[in-house]
Design a protein around this ligand. Structure first.
Ligand SMILES: Cc1cc2nc3c(=O)[nH]c(=O)nc-3n(C[C@H](O)[C@H](O)[C@H](O)COP(=O)(O)O)c2cc1C
Length: 172
């Protein structure tokens, strides 16, 4: 996949269209993890784009971000629906998902992270804040770098509920 690099202030465009993301993380012990997250949106584009993600505080990805203060927001494609479901079916506390699911990956460019090959794009972030609210943790992050394929938004996957997903149609 050919990726265009985005200016830090334009990175929000990658998630303007919304859709499922794969939050990719690393723990202090060097292990990597990733999990699908539907609740992730842009919140600012002044300087570097900022994002918020809502993660269950029991998730491995959540504790990884608290440990390393870094994460990536990867944009999976419709062809990666199976990967999305698999990564959402198990916790990184129980298994190494990259090994168990045979996920081919490439390294992050600004942070030490593993990204699944053939994603439509990704945004590397440093954590700015974490705000636990009950069992949910609201994590905010600032863009360190962002890359996406041309027309990445056409490849995105959106989640409704249960087993209902859709992919965007044509540009209007
Ligand atoms: C389509 C889909 C959307 C999801 N969205 C979220 C979400 O927005 N926030 C969240 O905390 N978990 C969400 N999950 C659940 C986590 O991805 C799942 O519990 C995962 O196994 C957590 O892995 P971890 O413990 O390795 O972080 C979603 C799962 C799926 C399949």
């Amino acid at each position: 996949m050919e990726y265009k690099e985005y200016a830090l202030g334009d990175a929000y465009e990658l998630q303007n269209a919304g859709g499922i993301v794969l939050i990719c993380t690393r723990a202090n012990d060097g292990r990597f993890d990733l999990a699908p997250v539907a609740w992730c949106c842009p919140m600012d584009y002044d300087g570097a784009s900022k994002f918020l993600c809502v993660l269950d505080t029991g998730h491995k990805t959540y504790s990884d971000i608290i440990e390393t203060r870094e994460f990536a927001i990867a944009l999976p494609t419709a062809q990666q629906l199976d990967l999305i479901k698999k990564c959402g079916s198990k916790s990184g506390f129980m298994t190494d998902k990259y090994g168990e699911f045979g996920i081919e990956s490439f390294p992050g460019r600004k942070i030490s992270i593993k990204l699944p090959v053939e994603v439509a794009g990704w945004i590397e972030c440093k954590m700015i804040s974490v705000n636990p609210v009950g069992t949910s943790g609201v994590i905010t992050g600032e863009t360190l770098g962002a890359w996406a394929a041309p027309d990445f938004w056409k490849m995105r996957v959106h989640f409704v509920t249960g087993n209902t997903y859709f992919s965007p149609g044509e540009k209007l």
